[in-house]
Design a binder for this molecule. Structure first.
Ligand code: RAM
Length: 866
């Protein structure tokens, strides 16, 4: 049994953390059935000295163990190792890793914010209106720099930096780090993240130059659908804060920090905006120098970046370039890199981006609304020049290149997103189901850009809460989103208003109103999900008061327990198909759901839960009294009305079956078609499968008539569409006013692909997959003949899958050390499963549904007649 995947604060080897009591985790692997950790020993060192030694601790814990060593020092590299002891008490392996602290004390920042003096900006050579695609007075990106001398090469050099805007640092003309669009987007009024870069190899003896280019980004550019750039959302102009710390062999230290002795310039980047695009004049040298202005003396609410930054994670070469349009074969998020040969100086090349094409082969741009998504490059006239905009991003599959005819091999799409470690894999025998899974994954990549966004292409790209909460369970399957969501939860909590209302979006810009049912509820649902999935108690603790305040807020304004008042901009089951679920039904169901979660969270945290338990029981009663008839029908009668009542366990036991039958009848009477919108769809297949109708869940999965996932795939979708009818044979494109082809919400079925099709889930009381519930579900329609999934969970690798071959069912399962599993093998002949005597099988119980096995950790294969 060996430890691997060591993490500090849910990250691998993080540079520059801010936590004073970081939490340490490791995973375990073993081929031996029943392997489990009985004890561990952590030893941590800094500068060669031991700062923490737990000794041998009798404990099975492997997740998020809080630091209890010596108080952490700033800017210090800590190494730690863990040795693990198996269930027999034998030491079986060790592994080591490191983390490094950032600047832990605010007074360690000597840097001040600097920016451009608007008066000093010479009126020469501003871009003409014709040059600029963005309306409004876009300004050239700031270039800020300072020369400095060092006597010798430092033994250690770190750059701590951030921007109001988005920035890219440089040392001696070379790029520093691999962050994109740093510092990302947070609720800037509460917090701006700084980044830490190891630049030891980039500083040399003698003269050096530290510099950064800063563009508007989320700080002062266009964000959301409010074209307010001139008014700016956070501040008038971008700025930089940077501190380069050099340590020399003799123990001395030199600090070069942003101050009034830096200079300001503008260079090739004439304008850059996340929505509008970037205009670069390759002919331009740096202007200036001009003096900088100190923006203000306060350092501001800085925090260390707690999760992985945005990075370029993949490159996709163009599949074809026809009529000037490059097709990358995949709707993605990022930007184009173009290699240009033998251009003339002043030659103008324009790139426009689109997700889909019109029938005449031209770019379909209407759905971008005000996002110009256009990059322009004026060539310098070199033999070879490479253009890639750095301070913008687009959602696109196609890029139209005008002004130059590129070689397809020299047009590349560079994919960028928050670099959440990819941890999941799902595969099946059906290419359409695999394509659906791929589309869901691409939707996740493209919309996890600093915050979880609704869409990446139009003038919106906001952190919509409902989208995030319906998709979050799927997101946790595909990737380790623990640190990503924990960070965003701070924005959600910071956004809560004085009355206790969460909002529709976080960070808050453009919309400043109370959250709607299923939207605001994300503030309760996501911390609970992070606890359940990752065992992250801290995020639950940090969110709990806000969670309780949300439920109290709804209760206070709805004393009769039906959530009818203060529902914000109640969106209902957003983008459903001709099946309006009554808003009070949806809202009250969510009120009950959130209240129960708050009660459960209170129990976990050892806080009083009784008040919430009672409230939950009363909301349930009120729901049934108001909306449920004696025959099991639920007001509105929509699929989503039934799904909410069933998923949130609001119905009396005797009405569950009648309600399931009504739900099934509605689906069947439409020819196995769904009507669900964002809210209902996340519950659809899971509820059907849970209530014995896996046949219908699979029928919906395989449906390829409108509306269905299969329909979009049959029409070429490579991401999940915002709307079932984004494009239809009967109606063409939906209204361009709201028609994204890359929205993850309707992709929330991904959770069910892992959870039920392949079969990886956990029992209700399990935390971080401590007790697996493995329920591989062969396809009653017969279309799938096998499916399997793998997930790198917080404890280690979990896998489950099944295949049917010649009337024999084979089920495979992997249970990591420290976990146990309940595996349900669906067979009519439980007696013929060769399970007895298999090492690791703790118990076997036949039932009508098949054979239930209780398993210790290990790898298993079982075969049985179907
Ligand atoms: C749209 C967004 C988002 C949704 C809201 C209600 O504008 O794209 O997906 O949550 O509306």
């Amino acid at each position: 049994m060996t430890p691997y995947g060591l993490q500090t604060e849910q990250r691998t080897e993080p540079l520059g953390i801010g936590a004073r009591q970081p939490r340490l985790s490791w995973k375990l692997r073993s081929d031996r059935p029943g392997a489990a950790q009985s004890a561990y020993r952590i030893i941590a060192t800094a500068d060669g000295e031991t700062v923490w030694d737990t000794g041998r601790r009798e404990s099975a814990d492997t997740i998020l163990i809080p630091w209890q060593g010596a108080g952490l020092r700033s800017a210090t590299r800590y190494r730690w190792s863990v040795e693990v002891f198996d269930e027999g008490g034998t030491s079986t392996g060790a592994a080591e890793t490191w983390f490094e602290t950032g600047l832990l004390e605010p007074d360690e920042w000597t840097a001040v914010w600097i920016g451009r003096d608007p008066v000093a900006l010479p009126p020469v050579d501003p871009p003409t209106d014709d040059d600029l695609v963005s309306p409004g007075p876009a300004e050239a990106a700031l270039h800020l720099r300072r020369d400095f001398d060092v006597p010798e090469q430092p033994i250690r050099a770190r750059l701590y930096a951030t921007a109001r805007g988005v920035y890219e640092p440089e040392l001696n003309g070379e790029r520093v780090g691999d962050h994109e669009l740093a510092p990302g987007w947070t609720e800037y009024h509460h917090r701006i993240q700084y980044q830490t870069y190891d630049v030891t190899g980039q500083v040399r003896a003698g003269r050096n130059t530290v510099a950064a280019t800063v563009a508007d980004g989320w700080w002062s550019g266009y964000v959301g659908f409010d074209p307010r750039r001139p008014a700016r959302h956070y501040g008038d102009a971008p700025g930089l804060l940077a501190q380069l710390v050099l340590d020399f062999a003799d123990g001395s230290r030199q600090i070069i920090a942003t101050a009034d002795d830096w200079t300001e310039h503008d260079g090739p980047v004439r304008s850059a905006d996340l929505m509008m695009g970037q205009f670069t004049d390759g002919r331009r040298e740096l202007s200036g120098p001009r003096p900088v202005v100190v923006l203000d003396t306060a350092v501001g609410p800085l925090t260390a970046e707690p999760d992985e930054p945005i990075r370029v994670t993949a490159e996709l070469p163009a599949v074809t370039v026809e009529n000037g349009i490059a097709d990358f074969g995949q709707n993605l998020v990022g930007r184009v890199r173009l290699t240009i040969r033998n251009a003339t100086a002043g030659q103008r090349i324009t790139l426009r981006h689109a997700e889909v094409l019109n029938t005449d082969g031209s770019l379909y741009l209407d759905n971008l609304r005000r996002a110009a998504a256009t990059d322009t490059y004026i060539c310098a006239g070199h033999e070879i020049e490479v253009f890639e905009p750095r301070f913008t991003f687009h959602g696109f599959r196609y890029a139209e290149v005008t002004g130059y005819t590129p070689d397809p091999a020299e047009v590349t799409a560079r994919v960028l997103h928050s670099d959440i470690p990819w941890t999941g894999r799902f595969e099946s025998s059906d290419p359409t189901v695999n394509q659906l899974h791929a589309n869901i994954g691409w939707g996740q990549r493209g919309n996890f850009v600093a915050v979880p966004t609704d869409c990446p292409q139009r003038d919106e790209r906001l952190g919509w809460l409902a989208d995030a909460q319906v998709f979050a369970p799927t997101a946790t399957r595909n990737a380790d989103v623990s640190a990503f969501f924990a960070r965003w939860m701070r924005d959600v909590v910071d956004g809560q208003d004085d009355d206790g209302a969460f909002r529709d979006i976080a960070p808050i810009i453009v919309l400043d109103r109370e959250g709607a049912p299923a939207w605001g509820d994300a503030g309760v649902i996501i911390p609970w999900l992070l606890w359940r999935t990752y065992g992250d108690r801290r995020v639950l603790e940090n969110s709990f008061d806000a969670m309780a305040r949300w439920v109290d807020h709804i209760h206070r304004h709805n004393p009769d327990l039906l959530w009818e008042h203060r529902t914000g901009n109640s969106y209902g089951d957003w983008l459903q198909i001709d099946a309006e679920t009554p808003r009070d039904v949806l809202a009250t169901a969510y009120f009950a759901h959130s209240t129960r979660i708050v009660a459960d969270a209170a129990d976990v945290l050892g806080r009083p839960s009784q008040r919430f338990r009672e409230l939950h029981a009363r909301i349930r009663d009120a729901f049934v009294d108001a909306f449920v008839a004696d025959d099991g029908s639920v007001k509105g009668g929509t699929q989503t009305a039934y799904l909410l009542a069933l998923a949130f366990e609001l119905l009396p036991a005797d009405l569950v079956h009648p309600a399931v039958d009504r739900l099934a009848h509605d689906i069947e009477s439409r020819g196995n078609r769904l009507t669900t919108g964002f809210v209902g769809v996340s519950l659809l297949c899971p509820v059907l499968a849970e209530h014995g109708r896996a046949d219908l869940a699979y029928a919906l999965l395989h449906q390829d008539e409108y509306p269905s996932w299969g329909y979009s795939i049959r029409h070429g979708a490579t991401t999940i569409w915002e709307r079932w009818d984004g494009w239809t044979e009967h109606g063409g494109f939906q209204s361009a006013a709201m028609n994204s082809f890359n929205h993850y919400s309707l992709g929330s079925v991904g959770d069910w692909l892992y959870g039920r099709v392949a079969g990886i889930d956990q029992t209700p009381g399990s935390v971080a997959y401590s007790e697996l519930l493995l329920r591989p579900t062969p396809d009653p329609t017969g279309r799938l003949t096998w499916a399997r999934a793998e997930q790198e969970t917080a404890r280690g690798l979990v896998a489950c899958g099944w295949s049917i071959d010649d009337d024999r069912l084979t089920v495979t399962a992997t249970v990591p050390p420290g976990s146990t599993a309940i595996l349900l093998i669906p067979t009519s002949d439980p007696g013929r499963v060769h399970a007895a005597g298999t090492p690791g099988v703790l118990r076997a119980e036949p039932s009508a549904a098949g054979l239930t096995l209780r398993l210790a950790s290990g790898r298993y294969t079982f075969t049985t007649p179907v």
